[in-house]
Design a protein around this ligand. Structure first.
Ligand code: NDP
Length: 449
């Protein structure tokens, strides 16, 4: 075993010890480390400076109590988190997730991935993530507001437009960002670009709502070009029916594909005629209903009460847009069996390591999340720029920049895969390109943390 290899193994053991009982974080670190040996061989100075030793431990992890009062006057208590991982190339940046599954291991895996994803965008943003085990499902609008206000009563101490700029993620959309922003403004008496994903009426960016889904499709189209293909005429399977899924469906359809599925954590719908997106938008964005209602209102649509089976639907392209580890080995094999030749990730870490092995050994074109879903944070970066100059850009201007950034990420990842001796392996390429940028900045700044 080379000295670089044994160095990486030693660090993985450290992670297993210091982050025991955090399997998602261990998985995210192992996936990055798997790719980095060629870069470390070329740059022994990164090993000497302990770049990775430093990156596996966040700059800080903040955990706090969030007490709030429900509509029945009962006191409820949840846990809030913010993990600030690395600010070598810009203020900490990353979303907030409100979901009962949130704990330290989830925010750490997301924050760690965010370091490299944000570096790939070429914008000045560092890596962070946060959230709470609060479950927004079934809560009234006033309960959501009171929770967001209580969450911000603590979070405001640690964030700021030049320090840390949170955004949305699962369970946190424009409504929640509005309540969080309102409370921050009240506490600091300051109107600033401290959060992104804001509504347009108070200087959110046009195209931010669409950005992750649209960016995913721009990235997928670049991947398809390498095989002389495009979205046109392709059958697409999408999981999830939230922000990323809806706008991935919209852009893939605009590019000529037929999207036949959408899901939520209860089940999936299969519409052989192509998803009626206007209905899904109303169902999810306005009425906040369940995807099952789609089957109850559309002829010829099948509803299956098991979301993990969505991958058995035959398709050319799969876009997982729900959550982590939603595709395991068995699901990946089902995709191969159903004729799928492209998997591009909208969700963060939706494929288990075993699923990725299935993709690679079957010649599937694989777009890893930290490259393919970077459009959301990239457009958040563009929202920060607009807020700083107190100007708003047109939808077309933002979208053209988003497309350019996604094409740039594809080419940077592809070129880095070639340099690493793994041509076309975009997972290796994205990890190497993102790491190189962060490591170079850390070297220049000395050993500060
Ligand atoms: P939303 O909350 O808008 O939607 C999430 C969707 O995924 C819902 O349909 C939800 O179903 C489903 N889902 C969530 N958890 C599970 C689960 N455990 N099992 C099955 N389905 C589940 O979130 P987003 O669309 O914003 O985020 C989706 C993914 O994309 C996440 O991985 C997120 O980290 C990632 N992402 C989001 C970005 C953004 O800009 N929003 C940027 C980059 C990545 P249900 O309603 O039943 O919970």
């Amino acid at each position: 075993m080379s000295s670089v290899q044994s160095y990486l193994e030693g660090l993985l053991e450290t992670v297993q010890r210091t982050s025991a009982h955090q399997p998602e974080f261990q998985q995210a670190v192992a996936e990055v480390f798997e790719s980095l040996a060629p870069v470390l061989e070329r740059h022994p100075e990164f090993v000497k400076a302990g770049i990775l030793d430093r990156l596996i431990e966040p700059d800080r992890l903040i955990r706090f109590r969030v007490a709030w009062v429900d509509d029945n006057g009962r006191v409820r208590v949840n846990i809030g988190y913010r993990v600030q991982f690395c600010n070598a190339i810009g203020p900490y940046k990353g979303g907030l997730r409100f979901h009962p599954s949130v704990y330290e291991g989830i925010v750490k895996f997301l924050g760690f991935e965010q370091i490299f994803k944000n570096a790939l965008t070429s914008l000045p943003i560092g890596g962070a993530k946060g959230g709470s085990d609060f479950d927004p499902k079934g809560k009234s609008d006033m309960e959501i507001m009171r929770f967001c206000q209580s969450f911000m009563n603590e979070l405001y101490k640690y964030i700021g437009p030049n320090t840390d700029v949170p955004a949305g993620d699962i369970g946190v959309g424009t409504r929640e960002i509005g309540y969080l922003f309102g409370q921050y403004k009240r506490l600091r008496d300051e109107f600033s670009g401290v959060l992104t994903g804001k509504a347009l009426s108070f200087h959110g960016s046009l195209d931010r709502v669409q950005a992750t889904g649209y960016g995913l499709c721009y990235f997928t189209e670049e991947m398809l070009k390498t095989r002389g293909r495009s979205f046109d005429g392709q059958t697409v399977v999408i999981s999830g029916s939230g922000n990323v899924a809806i706008y991935a469906c919209e852009k893939a359809t605009q590019m000529g594909a037929k999207v036949v599925t959408m899901s939520d954590s209860n089940g999936y719908v299969y519409d052989p005629n192509g998803i009626d997106l206007a209905y899904v938008k109303d169902l999810k964005e306005v009425r906040r209903g369940r995807i099952k209602e789609y089957a109850e209102t559309h002829e010829g649509v099948t509803y299956v009460a098991d979301c993990s089976k969505v991958w058995t639907v035959p398709c050319d392209i799969a876009l997982p847009c729900a959550t982590q580890n939603e595709i395991n080995k068995e699901s990946a094999e089902a995709l191969v069996k159903g004729g799928c030749t492209v998997v591009c990730e909208g969700a963060n870490m939706p494929s288990t390591p075993e699923a990725i092995e299935v993709y690679l050994s079957n010649g599937i074109l694989y777009g890893p999340a930290k490259a393919s879903n970077a459009g959301g944070v990239a457009t958040s970066g563009l929202e920060m720029s607009q807020n700083s100059e107190r100007l708003s850009w047109s939808f077309e201007e933002v979208d053209a920049k988003l497309k350019g950034i996604m094409e740039g990420i594809f080419h940077a990842s592809y070129d880095a895969s070639v340099a690493a001796g793994s041509e076309g392996n975009l997972m290796v390429g994205a990890n190497c390109a993102g790491f190189l940028k962060v490591a170079t900045a850390m070297m220049a700044q000395g050993i500060t943390y």
